[in-house]
Design a protein around this ligand. Structure first.
Ligand code: ZN
Length: 416
């Protein structure tokens, strides 16, 4: 057994100091952070992070997608590493905690392991993944997707930002185009600590979430076609207004999702009308629908129910409809073994926790394809994230990072 396990405790003041320093890079006037992937700001964040890794005597490497690794060697260097981390990029006018907390919590946990006198059997590695947010280069999670085979190198390198600048040229420009041989080989297990980005933990007054999986989603694009006519000369009884039908559909989908109460969420976030002018009846209306549910069978059923609503209301309004599936992700189920490990750690130190599903995507989604993976959530104040108000209390952070530390202690000292 591990005699030393749990005897040390993470130093929240050290983590807080680092978080505050990192938040200065790309700081916005309203207390947020704008640090888009592969920009000068993000380069500065990378450089500071690497400086800290080196100060902690971790072995630093950068792979051919700019993912950064810091490694603490184990007694058995040939053993596959336990990995932990997240991302340093943000959305425009984002917060200080999304991603950065997971990266610097990992560093804090590894430093505590060193201070505790525990001799890891396995190596332990911190990772910071490139372009998690997808805010500059779509899609999201390019760095973790690339090393797990979701995206080809060719595909990743040719992603462009809104100015047509490629991922590869920016990676090169900021000096973070590393080597392919620096990608991780086999990973023993992966834990990512992240802010919840939702209101559940705060509402239930629980500091630690054990994430069992990530909700799957389906994205539909709906196009309704009616008749575009003059707004002044067409009587109300003779109109085929596609936007009126769309409004009824949107309201109905909202009511339907609200009534389900099984974790289903549905969102219409984008609406476009043609011709889109003040004095014409909208002949065509196109809108997006984002439907999510943690259960794959229920998700499929939800999509069918949404389609029925669209068909019914379109027919009632004598409007033609077209529905295209423009994106989807299967729900993700994290490792039962690691979920169990986190539960044991929480129970041992009497830390209340909640098992939950993530509504948002994370790097863990792709890493889960290649190794045992789990996530730890800490609460988001008012459920807010991807905004300058994003906040998590240091008391909650301390509890969450301590669970990460305790779980890593178990994993790095185990041979199996
Ligand atoms: Zn994130």
């Amino acid at each position: 057994m591990i005699q030393m396990e749990g005897q040390s405790h993470i130093q929240i003041s050290r983590l807080k100091t680092r978080m505050e320093k990192m938040a200065q890079i790309g700081a916005t006037v309203r207390g947020g952070v704008s640090r888009l992937a592969l920009t000068d700001q993000e380069k500065e964040a990378r450089t500071l992070f690497i400086q800290w890794l080196k100060e902690s005597n971790l072995e630093v490497r950068v792979d051919d997608f700019g993912n950064i690794y810091g490694r603490l060697e184990g007694k058995d260097p040939s053993a596959s590493p336990v990995m932990t981390g997240s991302h340093l990029d943000t959305v425009p006018k984002g917060g200080k905690f999304d991603g950065t907390l997971g990266v610097l919590a990992a560093l804090e946990a590894i430093e505590t392991i060193k201070e505790s006198g525990i001799k890891p059997v396995r190596p332990v590695e911190i990772v910071s993944f490139t372009n998690e947010e997808g805010a500059r280069f779509a899609p999201q999670m390019l760095g973790s997707g690339a090393i797990t085979g979701k995206f080809s190198k060719e595909y990743v390198y040719h992603r462009t930002d809104q100015h047509g600048i490629t991922f590869q040229s920016e990676l090169e420009r900021i000096g973070y185009l590393g080597e392919e041989k620096n990608r991780p080989g086999k990973i023993a297990s992966f834990i990512e600590l992240h802010i919840e980005q939702g209101p559940i933990l705060e509402k239930e007054n629980i500091s630690v979430g054990i994430v069992e999986g990530i909700a799957g989603f389906t994205w539909l694009e709906v196009t309704l076609s009616g008749q575009s006519d003059h707004s002044g000369s067409t009587p109300m009884t003779m109109r085929k207004d596609s936007l009126v039908a769309a409004s009824a559909i949107i309201q109905e989908i909202y009511n339907w999702a609200m009534a389900k109460q099984d974790g289903t969420v549905a969102t219409v976030g984008k609406v476009r009308t043609v011709p889109g002018i003040i004095n014409a009846i909208p002949g065509e209306t196109a809108f997006s629908i984002d439907i999510r549910n943690p259960n794959p069978v229920q998700l499929t059923a939800c999509v069918e129910e949404v389609k029925e609503i669209i068909i019914r209301i379109s027919n009632e309004n004598h409007i033609d409809y077209k529905m295209d599936k423009i994106g989807s992700n299967e729900p993700v189920h994290f490792s039962p073994y690691l979920i169990d490990t986190l539960e044991k750690v929480c129970k041992e130190i009497q830390q209340p926790y909640k098992k939950m599903i993530s509504g948002a995507g994370h790097d863990s989604m792709y890493i889960n394809q290649v190794t045992d993976t789990v996530m730890i959530f800490v609460p988001s104040k008012d459920g807010k994230s991807h905004c300058e108000e994003e906040h998590t209390s240091w008391d909650d952070i301390e509890k969450g990072v301590n669970i990460l530390y305790q779980a890593l202690c178990r994993l790095v000292t185990s041979n199996d």
